[in-house]
Design a protein around this ligand. Structure first.
Ligand code: ADP
Length: 249
């Protein structure tokens, strides 16, 4: 979100966005759980043009040992955007942005995982963005909690996330790349629908208090939808598996 002024019309006079969506419409979201054999848990997610793969390892002994916490597990997330994930080649390796996103995702996940069950352990969450089109931190966090559940790690709940923003002065749900680049504000949130707890909230740009409240309302409803899709991914994986393991009559 750069807040750059351009001639691009992001929302037309009928309230329709450049990808044909209305203000409160989310891009199509598809999640598949358990896509990697070698990881303890995994998930693949497509959200509009975003494509994200997540692998979870652990709980396993934390190395180096000085990082161990004797009372609980530590959650270490590594968010990474592959070089070919954006139209210009992205320089490989960690940068300020990916370190920041890794930190906020780790903190959101640490809040829901029963870390006290696993003293001295590490729970490692790898998020690889294969294709990026705005909203990848929300996509990464959404995929990560599904992968953690797939790994059988006890959690208070799943963590759905979504970004709300402002484009051409309108509050819009789930920003695409153009809206992120040329819009007025970007507000990624993660919220547990059951309790209303907010586990992630960042803000780039400006909104009035009224706009902020509308954005939160949009975000809350969207998190409920994302949550259902997360649960459905897990149900699909485990119902297929239980059918496979059933004894033939
Ligand atoms: P998020 O992906 O959570 O929205 P940002 O707002 O920081 O995070 O980034 C918005 C979008 O900008 C990304 O989803 C991606 O499409 C693009 N982007 C981010 N970093 C780069 C980069 N180094 N090169 C090209 N595009 C990038």
């Amino acid at each position: 979100m750069s807040g750059m002024t351009t001639d691009i019309e992001l929302v037309n006079k009928d309230g329709i966005r450049i990808d044909g969506r209305t203000a409160e419409e989310m891009r199509p979201l598809r999640i598949e759980a358990g896509v990697l054999n070698n990881a303890d848990g995994s998930a693949y997610l497509e959200w509009g043009k975003n494509k994200v793969l997540c692998a979870v390892y652990g709980p396993r002994e934390c190395h180096p040992r000085h990082m161990q916490n004797p009372t609980k597990a530590i959650v270490q997330c590594k968010y990474n955007m592959l070089s070919f994930s954006v139209s210009d080649r992205k320089r490989p390796g960690p940068d300020r942005r990916s370190i920041e996103i890794s930190k906020i995702i780790s903190e959101a996940l640490e809040y829901v995982i029963f870390t006290e069950n696993y003293p001295r352990a590490s729970i490692d969450v790898y998020i690889e963005v294969l294709q990026a089109n705005a909203g990848t931190r929300c996509a990464g966090l959404t995929a990560a909690s599904v992968a953690l559940a797939d790994a059988g790690i006890p959690m208070k709940d799943l963590v759905p996330a979504v970004a709300i923003g402002k484009a051409d002065g309108h509050i819009v749900l789930d920003l695409n790349k153009e809206e992120d680049n040329f819009g007025n504000a970007d507000l990624p949130i993660a919220m547990i629908p059951r309790t209303g707890e907010v586990l992630l909230m960042q803000m780039d740009g400006h909104m009035t208090m009224e706009e902020f409240n509308t954005a939160l309302e949009y975000g809350k409803k969207a998190c409920e939808k994302v949550y259902e899709i997360q649960k459905d991914a897990l149900k699909r994986k485990y119902s297929i598996q239980s059918e496979d393991t059933e004894e033939p009559e």
